[in-house]
Design a protein around this ligand. Structure first.
Ligand SMILES: [Zn+2]
Length: 318
């Protein structure tokens, strides 16, 4: 693990973690770029911002260096399924988890960078909705956030308070690096750590992840992209073993992928509402307008609506 501390423009302690999975180079490159561009702690000229407030800190972490070196997701165990971990474990990642948690203890906001084999658009993930998490989610340039509170409790975002994970794009792509870097700047701005321009917030659609969709054998086919409403009765995915027909309205795919995962096509999710920006309403998920069938309105239109967001808008499966 490598920890690089940089100066913050404000008083918040915020952290950005890349390299949780060693085969996701985007997070590593983003962290290295931020490390090169943000002013060092206690720099004599304050990085040109002599008004930095005491106590503030931007902590940049490359989490799993052996896996990064080997260009593999993990060496012994998946770090993002190994929390809270065990300091005495012989498995590298299980022993790393508590060390990483200690580096993030007491932080006001944490952003964990990931890429996937799934199609765009990028999206965020949270497990525990705190005021800080809301601020991060509505400040990131994503249209959707997955509420993973009902899923695994062994991930970073389910064990470290105020953590949001972000899927910045397709594994190995340049777009993932560029989008993820911009997302990090937005994260730093909304928490006051970067004062180059004012933060911007927008409503974010909340999708509750509720069920993994198993994969069998034979040629896999996935017919719907992430967050695309699956009409009642339509087949989401199929292979020689499974035909996954969706029998109820309001279901959307999460991490949909034909070849990305050995055992699943992705997950089924359900839109539960929207998170509103920090100054608009309470800390909760507000119901979203739906038509009688429970379908989302004009999802594609919204995504391409020229609102300046960086979701690439590309449809189609892997
Ligand atoms: Zn990952």
């Amino acid at each position: 693990m490598q920890t690089i501390d940089r100066e913050s423009a404000g008083s918040a302690r915020v952290a950005i973690v890349g390299g949780i999975h060693g085969d996701e180079p985007a997070g590593v490159r983003i962290v290295e770029r931020l490390a090169a561009e943000l002013p060092p702690l206690d720099s004599p000229d304050g990085g040109g911002r002599g008004d930095a407030e005491p106590g503030g800190l931007v902590r940049l972490i490359l989490a799993n260096e052996p896996a990064i070196e080997a260009e593999t997701r993990y060496t012994d165990a998946d770090l993002n399924r190994a929390f809270p971990g065990d300091a005495d474990s012989d498995e590298y990642e299980r022993a790393l988890a508590p060390r990483l948690a200690a580096e993030l203890q007491g932080f006001d906001a944490v952003l964990a960078l990931h890429t996937s084999h799934s199609a765009p658009p990028p999206f965020a993930i949270f497990s525990d909705l705190t005021a800080s998490v809301r601020r991060t989610v509505t400040g990131l340039p994503v249209d959707h956030v997955v509420d993973a509170s009902g899923l695994r409790s062994t991930t970073l975002d389910s064990t470290i308070p105020h953590t949001v994970s972000i899927e910045v794009g397709r594994q190995g792509s340049e777009e993932a690096v560029e989008f993820g870097y911009e997302a990090c700047l937005a994260f730093l701005r909304v928490h006051g750590a970067l004062a180059d321009e004012p933060p911007t917030f927008s409503e974010t659609v909340v999708v509750k992840g509720n069920e993994e969709v198993p994969k069998g054998s034979g040629e896999p086919h996935v017919h719907f992209a992430n967050f695309e409403a699956i009409p009642e009765g339509a087949v989401f995915a199929e292979d020689d073993v499974y035909t996954h027909r969706v029998e109820e309205p309001g279901v959307v795919p999460i991490l949909a992928s034909e070849h990305g995962y050995d055992e699943i096509f992705g997950m089924y999710g359900r839109v539960t509402g929207v998170l509103k920006p920090p100054d608009e309403g309470d800390l909760r998920v507000y119901p979203r307008d739906e038509d009688e069938e429970g379908n989302e309105r004009d999802e594609g239109e919204e995504r391409d609506g020229g609102d300046g967001r960086r979701g690439s808008g590309a449809d189609g499966g892997d």
